[in-house]
Design a protein around this ligand. Sequence first.
Ligand code: DX5
Ligand code: ZN
Length: 218
Amino acid sequence: MSRPVRIAPSILSADFARLGEEVRAVDVAGADWIHLDVMDGHFVPNISFGPNIVRAIRPLTAKPFDVHLMIAPVDGYLDAFAQAGADTISVHLEAGPHVHRSVGRIKSLGLRAGVALNPGTPAKMLDYLLDVVDQVIVMTVNPGFGGQRFIESQLKKVAAIRKMIDATGRSIDLEVDGGIDAETARQAIDAGADALVAGTSVFGEGNYAANIARLRPA
Ligand code: DX5
Ligand code: ZN
């Protein structure tokens, strides 16, 4: 079965001193979405950027902003990221006791709502969320840093969630995030992913258009 695959470059791996140019460059190079990794130094052991940066780069591209919040608590920041220009906001299942409430708040702000699962979190945590979410992110690294190695055991989870999504009959994007290169992209797509986040493999060596093209199914 073939479905369109979205490529979402993560600006975490961009040159922050030239962030605006970098966003324009991946837009022109064929990015479908722009993935924005927000880290708080608490939920994950790294700090990245907040809503002001999202707002600053919003005018530079018309591509959807796929905002991945690795912050806890998260609810108090949802409105700020919506106002900054997010199209999708994803929150972590592990970031607090009220993920269903967070999803409801994101929806009420008029945005697409996603939930992200850390590598140690089982697919069954989604049982009572798939009727409301628009996106699921399966983390194939432990979140916090770009450039980590893809955790292969997560492919089984991707396949399980693909089945769960198909059983709902709803349109829910299944995004894989972490360690994506040409080889792991193919594995993730084979397992049922239809969106891929890529930091290092897009912003690293070489031409951005070629780097993005290499991640798409042949
Ligand atoms: C990890 C982030 C990812 C990451 C992807 O915490 O959510 O989006 O930056 O980077 P690569 O593609 O380098 O693994
Ligand atoms: Zn991410």
